[in-house]
Design a binder for this molecule. Structure first.
Ligand SMILES: C[S@@+](CC[C@H](N)C(=O)[O-])C[C@H]1O[C@@H](n2cnc3c(N)ncnc32)[C@H](O)[C@@H]1O
Length: 186
């Protein structure tokens, strides 16, 4: 991935881009690299998609604080976070398989996800911190068709994997297991 990204994600007349290899638990390294490409005098989008569940509280909250502190006013945090609030049985099975292999896997409650915002003075945009399918699903595509899945193949998958093929318009909260929010730094 790194080699392909460095070959393809290059800067050009349309804009500047960069791809770095770094551990999220080392925000200083990420910020140092980001400053070489991004203009920190203008609003920045910080996207933490389905990654904070790999980091324990002692590091996760300080990491987000350090990253958000570096951003100028008007920046936004885009956050998605796995949770056991919605379908505990299915997601705890996933968590167990990771933990057995030595990974941290922290399924935070909605309030705990909210702390990434409130601790840093971030203001959530409407509709707040919601299961992903509720976050402005205005361009719902038929995922089964889009992914070209054969119906007989779908039946072989467990409930969680079948979820990848459910249209967002038909998905339930039990299918998604993930909260999403976008919040603005005043
Ligand atoms: C569920 S995937 C999400 C990928 C992508 N953000 C998305 O939403 O499609 C989780 C990713 O987090 C990465 N990851 C896990 N721990 C990490 C860490 N400490 N620092 C940086 N990345 C990490 C994994 O390698 C994996 O690519």
């Amino acid at each position: 991935v790194l080699v392909h990204a460095q070959a393809l994600l290059t800067s050009g007349p349309q804009g500047r881009t960069d791809y770095i290899e770094a551990d999220l638990r080392d925000p200083a390294k990420i910020l140092e690299a980001a400053r070489r490409t991004l203009d920190f005098d203008r609003p920045i989008a910080l996207v933490l998609a389905a990654v904070l569940h790999f980091i324990e509280d002692e590091e996760a909250y300080p990491v987000v604080r350090q990253l958000v502190e570096a951003l100028p006013s008007g920046s936004h945090l885009v956050l998605s976070h796995l949770s056991a609030d919605l379908n505990p049985v299915a997601i705890n099975k996933v968590a167990d398989t990771f933990r057995k292999r030595g990974f941290s896997f922290v399924l935070r409650r909605r309030e705990e996800i909210g702390r990434f915002l409130s601790d840093n003075g971030l203001e959530p945009l409407e509709p707040g911190i919601v299961p992903s399918r509720h976050w402005r699903p205005d361009h719902a595509a038929d995922a089964t068709e889009a992914r070209g899945a054969a119906p007989e193949h779908l039946e072989e998958l467990d409930h969680l994997d079948q979820g990848q093929y459910v249209s967002i318009a038909e998905a339930t909260d039990e299918d998604v297991n993930i909260f999403v929010t976008v919040a603005r730094k005043p």
